[in-house]
Design a protein around this ligand. Structure first.
Ligand code: ME8
Length: 649
């Protein structure tokens, strides 16, 4: 069957400076959409690139003492490296300095000129000779001088080419009004309608004051205005001049994804150019919001420009992608903060997703020798898990189709929590103790592996590397890159006799050093001190000495969540637990290994004494103690259904 084409673009970026996390945000959104569409079976063409002409580039190159092309070559190599590190799956990268693009721009100019919609006129402006810059009245400084060098400007008139935008204003307005989906979100659409209603003037599209641009074909002392040049990038790589079939397949573009401040160029100037060329208009211009940093707009002077490469190096591309796509609602401005990023990595990636995979593979290894067994029959809780998976996939598809990237991934996370809860509900460690429950156990293990298979596919537009790692750890057959939504719409794609792999950590927890609390500064009692202390404690317990309420209030008890649990090597009784106190994480050693499997307690909210002096047990500093009730051979942790951080009195 012929696949439906889908064409998505990002803006082409100026190589005037290094790209920051805001640029990475824009490209990541487009990449996630492109990857989703591929999963949905579309024949996707995803374009990004660089916008390399103009006076500003010429100036920075001069300042750097190199030619403009040497300058842009170096910067653009950096863009390409960044996109590769961020796993951007673009099908082409267009540079406006490429010959294939220059030909298109000149041809378009010629066609519109021959049609009579480009004419030669006089550009009147305020010119600063030392700076070689034109300014408008409202750009001048408070003394009416050049805003850069503060010297007087002169009124000059320069011969220039103009594009008859005014001729197309009514048609563009009608198009925007008749096609509510053309400009999104709706707030941007309203802004554009108001803008056009104020009247469109013809646009000056050539300059003679600098040379770094594409020459006007019939008058080479002029270079073409950078936006006229840049916008046409969208039709160059899909064969506008040289591949009719390809062009007709992908044009009009399905989405031009752009930042909110450049919606105007894309939804007014670009449509006017396309109308003059008698080409159809793109289906959608989507204006996303800006990424601000710790509540502030990024700028060099504020020294708050976040370098995406450094972040990728430190936290991995998938973690950054997940954060950007989950944390910010598309269309609105969003905040980037390192703390929020670390919280997401620890709670969503290391904890929710990482633990689900780890617990599942661990249990399949321990209880079934690493093999899945074919499922047979189902319990109520199995049926509910399957129904939840189907609902999640359906809602996810709908939300991805409508570009609700944050809501879609939240659905996936709700399902991950559901699957973690399923482990507690089915208690496989109990099933494993009864031979007659073998099939029930097999069903549970199968359902968990199948849930993870589905999860790996739906997270792949967000975290392509992690998705494939999950797939490989599960030991699933086939190429991950060939998976589609069709493979997860129905339950049961995991082979019933699969040999699963060994669990590997997906995301390590990030422990930021806290200035105020460092356990190494705390006194750690020696083995002898500890023994003496324990003896005293035992004595007291036996004697049931009374204590005052003040004594009791010295014991700080709190509800904590067990984030991770693992046996302490070469011991039978000890588990090392990582717990979340609400405002910090701690490690403790607990003598409960004969009563609990590690998987059984991960995710439980239990009561802990948090102000116990740290103790070193088998080389591990244990900082606190979880409470348990014991009776004869039985022991149960005090687990409570209360939020993490609740005080117990
Ligand atoms: O405008 N948050 O290029 P550009 C989110 N060459 N997005 C941001 C951002 C931030 N903090 N900062 C920048 C141009 N962007 C033209 C485009 S297209 C034919 C020509 C986004 O490098 C910005 O909104 O200045 C824009 O969409 C994109 O980065 C490129 O910006």
């Amino acid at each position: 069957m012929e696949r439906k084409p889908f064409y998505i673009t990002t803006p082409i970026y100026y190589p005037s400076a290094k790209l920051h996390i805001g640029h990475a945000y824009c490209t990541t959104i487009a990449d996630a959409i492109a990857r989703f569409k591929r999963l949905a079976g579309y024949d996707v063409f995803f374009l990004t690139g660089s916008d390399e002409h103009g006076q500003k580039i010429q100036q920075v190159a001069e300042e750097a003492g190199v030619s403009p092309i040497e300058y842009v070559d170096r910067i653009v190599a950096g863009f390409q490296n960044l996109w590769q590190k961020l796993h951007i799956s673009n099908d082409d990268f267009i540079r406006t300095t490429e010959e294939r693009h220059q030909r298109v721009v000149q041809e378009i100019f010629r066609r519109i000129y021959e049609k009579g919609d480009i004419y030669k006129g006089t550009y009147k402006g305020l010119y600063c000779t030392p700076c070689e810059s034109y300014w408008t009245e409202h750009q001048l400084d408070e003394n009416g001088c050049c805003p850069d060098c503060h010297r007087p400007v002169q009124e000059v008139a320069e011969e220039a080419y103009f594009f008859k935008m005014s001729k197309y204003a009514d048609r563009v307005l009608a198009y925007i009004e008749e096609n509510p989906d053309f400009i999104q979100p709706v707030s941007r659409r309203n802004e554009m309608i108001n803008f056009i209603k104020q009247g469109l003037e013809d646009l000056c599209i050539s300059r003679t004051s600098f040379a770094w641009g594409i020459p006007v074909p019939m008058d080479t002392k002029h270079v073409i205005y950078v936006w006229f040049d840049a916008l046409t990038n969208y039709i160059t790589p899909i064969g506008f001049l040289d591949d009719k079939e390809k062009f007709e397949k992908y044009w009009p573009a399905d989405i031009h994804l752009v930042g909110k401040e450049i919606v105007r160029f894309h939804s007014i100037i670009w449509p006017c150019i396309l109308m003059a060329l008698e080409l159809p208009l793109p289906k959608k211009i989507y204006g996303h919001g800006w990424l601000i940093v710790d509540g502030d707009k990024m700028s060099k002077s504020k020294k708050n420009v976040v370098d995406p490469l450094a972040l990728i190096e430190e936290f991995s591309a998938d973690a950054i992608r997940y954060f950007l796509l989950r944390e910010i609602n598309l269309g609105q401005d969003g905040n980037f903060s390192r703390d929020a990023l670390i919280t997401r990595i620890n709670s969503d990636l290391a904890n929710d997703l990482g633990n689900l995979l780890h617990r599942t593979l661990n249990m399949i290894g321990k209880f079934q020798g690493g093999m899945l067994l074919p499922p047979q029959g189902e319990s109520e809780v199995d049926a509910s898990l399957k129904a939840n998976a189907a609902e999640m996939v359906k809602a996810y598809e709908e939300e991805m189709e409508s570009m609700q990237l944050s809501s879609a991934i939240k659905r996936v996370w709700a399902f991950i929590s559901r699957a973690n809860k399923y482990i507690d509900e089915t208690a496989p460690w109990v099933l494993a103790k009864s031979p007659e429950k073998k099939q029930e156990l097999a069903n549970t293990m199968y359902n968990l592996a199948e849930s993870l298979r589905i999860i790996s596919v739906v997270i792949s537009p967000y975290m392509p590397v992690t998705a494939e790692r999950i797939w490989k750890q599960l030991g699933l057959p086939g190429e991950f890159s060939e998976m589609s939504l069709g493979d997860i719409r129905a339950w049961g794609g995991t082979p019933g006799d699969l040999k699963v792999g060994v669990p590997e950590q997906l995301f390590p927890r990030i422990e930021e050093e806290k200035e105020e609390a460092s356990s190494s500064k705390q006194e750690v009692p020696s083995g002898k001190e500890k023994k003496d202390g324990e003896k005293k404690k035992q004595k007291k317990e036996e004697g049931h000495d009374e204590i005052s309420i003040e004594d009791f209030s010295k014991i700080h008890l709190r509800v904590v969540k067990v984030l991770a649990a693992e046996p302490v090597p070469k011991t039978e009784k000890l588990l090392k637990l990582t717990v979340d106190l609400g405002d910090e994480k701690r490690e403790i050693v607990s003598g409960i290994a004969q009563h609990y499997e590690p998987e059984e307690i991960i995710g439980k909210n239990v009561v802990m004494v948090i102000n116990l002096k740290p103790a070193k047990i088998r080389g591990i500093v244990s900082h606190g103690m979880v409470l348990a009730a014991s009776h004869e051979d039985d022991l149960q942790l005090l687990d409570v259904d209360m939020p993490v951080g609740s005080r117990v009195r």
